[in-house]
Design a protein around this ligand. Structure first.
Ligand code: GUN
Length: 305
């Protein structure tokens, strides 16, 4: 457990932490280049023209370049078939300069591609999203592997709080492959007692009232209310929801938790934006760095979280 520099009053500063991680990655990449003469590289495939997905991918590209990584982007037409997408993945699997491959999700509805087939076509050692069956299985087993970036970011932030996670009651709200399921397993690894709630859960409010830690990953703006939360609990808000502001004059980004209500009750909370969001790309880059070393039989540098 670390004394934290990322928590100011109750607010957990993911922006600051992600910057520190990216600065560390930058230094490690320089060392790798000097010692082993290679630069880790991340390839991103985006299918279609969804504007939000293109913004996410642009940020991934920008931050890869900023830390000194190689970065490649492949834009495929929205109506690409599963076969065409997997053809591109196979080219990257076979390219020894490429360390990480990410297919931005969701895939467009117009494509016939099944996400699970596309994701599982990525070589597990290049699956920096950690979404393949191989890496998901390793996470469940407690083995070493590449694990999803957003939940990894949540765990890093939790580990910076002045608390012992062991034995804490953690409530994960949401059961997606991207966040809910992997973070439940990560929390188990930290010896939390984990409950996974979802749309069919009865008595969600009662579950919230009993939780020491709430991970909100449901995608419904301001859903979790301050009155539902146990005093001094820790709130990790994974939601990124674009809604109209109060007088309908502009769009604002809010989380899944009613921040104003929750902040008076909890002991720590991630804001939206500036909490979990910035951690995702930092953890994706950490995975790419790690994968690049393992693939070359080099001991990966370890960041002291
Ligand atoms: N879409 C939203 N978040 C993610 C992510 O973490 N990985 C991928 N591949 N697509 C996403």
């Amino acid at each position: 457990m670390n004394t934290n520099s990322v928590i100011n009053s109750k607010i957990i500063d993911g922006k600051k932490k992600s910057l520190a991680i990216r600065e560390w990655i930058k230094v490690e990449i320089l060392k790798l280049k000097e010692s082993y003469n290679f630069i880790p590289g991340l390839a991103v495939i985006i299918v279609g023209d969804d504007p939000a997905s293109h913004i996410y991918v642009k940020n991934k590209e920008k931050q890869s370049i900023e830390v000194g990584m190689n970065s490649w982007k492949y834009v495929l037409p929205a109506n690409s078939s599963e076969k065409q997408i997997i053809y591109q993945i196979n080219k990257l699997n076979n390219d020894s300069n490429v360390d990480g491959i990410l297919v931005q999700l969701p895939l467009p509805k117009i494509s016939n591609a099944l996400e699970r087939n596309v994701i599982n076509a990525i070589s597990p050692e290049k699956d920096v999203d950690g979404l393949s069956i191989v890496n998901s299985g390793k996470l469940v087993y407690g083995d070493n592997g590449l694990f999803p970036a957003t939940p990894s970011g949540c765990i890093i932030l939790l580990k910076h709080l002045p608390i012992n996670l062991s034995g804490k009651k953690a409530l994960v709200i949401g059961r997606s492959n991207l966040v809910g399921k992997p973070i439940a397993n990560m929390l188990l690894k930290e010896n939390c007692t984990v409950t996974v709630a979802h749309s069919k859960t009865k008595n969600l409010i009662e579950e919230c009232k009993e939780a020491d830690i709430i991970i909100a990953a449901i995608g419904i703006p301001n859903f979790i209310k301050g009155e539902w939360i146990k005093k001094d609990s820790i709130i990790i808000d994974v939601g990124i929801n674009r809604i109209d502001n109060i007088d309908n004059t502009q769009k604002v980004i809010v989380g899944d938790v009613d921040y104003e209500g929750a902040i008076n009750v909890c002991s720590a909370i991630t804001p939206v934006p500036g909490g979990v969001g910035p951690m995702t790309i930092a953890c994706l880059l950490l995975n790419t760095l790690k994968g690049s070393c393992i693939r070359r039989n080099i001991e990966p540098p370890v960041y002291n979280f």
